[in-house]
Design a protein around this ligand. Structure first.
Ligand SMILES: [Fe+2]
Ligand SMILES: [Fe+2]
Length: 279
């Protein structure tokens, strides 16, 4: 029996006003770094998170930033924008909750996986893939935050029955699933269209705009990274490894078993060092 529950646009979480304004400013290539620095520093919690993400191994390399100003100079506006998105959305959910924690583990492993997948593809930005992977299932966190008992049970059921969470959502909710809620949230947070599409189509990458190669590649990256993350134990329903190369996203990316094997070890290795800093 499907629940008559609804989540409307006005029910979706909002990013802090400082984060929204900083994201807006960072879209302008001619903006002064000083202005963004000054703005972010008005929100000490956000500042702390931005620095934590900027100093994570994914972004930092060998150099650390002690101030926002330094992080902007070191990483540039595009990367700062990605860091801001991760930091600002990270403020919305309580990672002490075990279900949110598991969803974060899935997000981090998928983000890392997606960035490694697109690394070999020309002209693809790995940080964009990273953010897309991190956020592809944000709709699940939102549904869980609204209906913790019902959705918590559904996540448990998926684990026990080995059925897909997405399928259980379709059976249990009449008006939404995590892909529609995720896409709605990306729009509300005014994130770029590619993130809306990742949220909406990561279970059906072949249905994304077929004539837009960039979107299709980045959505397929999030899709494949999510499957690999689940199979590695960072998430929910697993599937046989031998089935992965024949899935639509792996085919679209020309990822065979050798590449998937390599991806597995890279994600496992990187997850261990990123879990603490990115949650
Ligand atoms: Fe999903
Ligand atoms: Fe996922």
């Amino acid at each position: 029996m499907a629940f008559e529950l609804q989540i409307l646009d006005q029910d979706l979480p909002v990013l802090s006003s400082v984060a929204m304004r900083a994201l807006e400013l960072s879209r302008d290539d001619n903006i002064s770094y000083h202005l963004i620095d000054e703005l972010i520093r008005q929100d000490p919690a956000l500042t702390q998170r931005v620095l934590r993400v900027a100093n994570s191994p994914f972004y930092a390399g060998n150099s650390q930033s002690l101030t926002i100003a330094n992080a902007i100079v070191r990483l540039g506006l595009n990367q700062l924008k990605s860091i801001l998105i991760i930091a600002a959305t990270g403020q919305l959910f309580d990672a002490r909750d075990p279900y949110i924690r598991l969803l974060y583990d899935h997000a981090i492993a998928s983000g890392l996986g997606a960035s490694y997948i697109v690394q070999g593809l020309s002209r693809m930005r790995t940080d964009e893939a990273f953010v897309g992977g991190m956020l592809h299932d944000v709709g699940r966190m939102i549904i869980y935050a609204h209906f913790p008992d019902i959705y918590g049970k559904l996540l448990d059921e998926a684990k026990q029955s080995h059925r897909r969470v997405y399928q259980l959502e379709v059976e249990n909710f009449r008006y939404f699933d995590h892909t529609s809620i995720g896409a709605l949230a990306m729009r509300k947070w005014k994130l770029s269209q590619v993130f809306v599409e990742i949220a909406r189509y990561h279970h059906l990458p072949e249905k994304s705009l077929p004539n837009h190669l960039h979107s299709m590649m980045i959505i397929s990256g999030a899709c494949l990274a999510s499957i690999v993350a689940n199979n590695l134990g960072y998430g929910f329903t697993v599937c046989p490894w031998e089935d992965v190369p024949s899935m639509a996203c792996a085919k679209l990316l020309h990822f065979g078993s050798a590449q998937i094997e390599a991806l597995k070890s890279r994600v496992t290795e990187a997850f261990a060092v990123h879990r603490a800093v990115l949650t």
